[in-house]
Design a protein around this ligand. Sequence first.
Ligand code: CUA
Length: 338
Amino acid sequence: MRWRSIVPLVVLGLLFGAAAGAVAVFVPWLPPADAKEADRIHFVFWFTTIICVVIFALVAAVIVYSVLRFRAAPDDDSDGAPIHGHTGLEIAWTAVPAALVTAISIVSAIVLAQSGNAGSDRLVVNVTAQQFAWSFEYPQYGNLTAGALHLPRDRPVELLITSKDVIHSFWVPQFAQKQDAVPGAVNKLVITPTKNGTYPVICTELCGLGHAVMRSEAIVVDRTAFASWVKQQQQAAKAGPGQAGLAVYNSNGCGSCHTLAAAKSTGKVGPDLDKLPADAQKAGKPLEDYTRESIVSPNAYIVPGFSANVMPATFAQLPKDQLDSLVSYLVKSSQKGS
Ligand code: CUA
């Protein structure tokens, strides 16, 4: 090949590279990286993307150049020259991709190892998924539980994720990682948030009728604000039975499916709990019995307009004191509401 024919090839390559690079850079493909692990994962994305852009530019330039330069003339019906192969080229197109794929796996392995290590200062949170809610337990703070994931900024958090019923999956887009919640297994995920804010916690595994509403929040605050949140929660847990019932309601995610004015929840998957007294009447049962039965054996009576087998039966396993305070809380607040 003469040098004069290299020039258009290089120009084509630069054009295709610039176009692909612009698509990569100017379209916001990724959410902002608001965790240390997310920064590392974004680095792997860019490392791979740059390799892809270069290969795309090379291949596209050679194809377009060949189509234009070696096109047959309209009246040329002769065969092309016989070609037997090119050992040097074959070695190159085997060795270069092998080297690139190896480089990507080495970078990925380093990032995975770094991101899986929470260190000794870690905050442990037990994450439990169930149809259709998340609950978060803090074993280092007297098993404090919450319906939202409260996190201190710049401290590694080790999430130990499991499920009570079917497979769910934990995802906060800005933290750039997903982890399955599998019944009978505990999966680890390390997150080190780097920015204060409120982020969506999304279930990203189709898990039933309420999958789309199986959401919570990750609330990232300063260390001091986190410490005072912990103190406040621990005091609330010690407070009256009404508070205890509300805590059970929140930590079991009842609000993601049910509306209850007293708990400021507006879920629409299950029956409106402000209408409990009316539903008990329709079922022909005393309010307290009806409330308890609806929690421990939800299919016993189905409110018209709703379906059986949507409310999980797992709440039958609630400890008795929690169940009692939840029932009395629901009875009291629904009477107040109606
Ligand atoms: Cu849980 Cu989808």
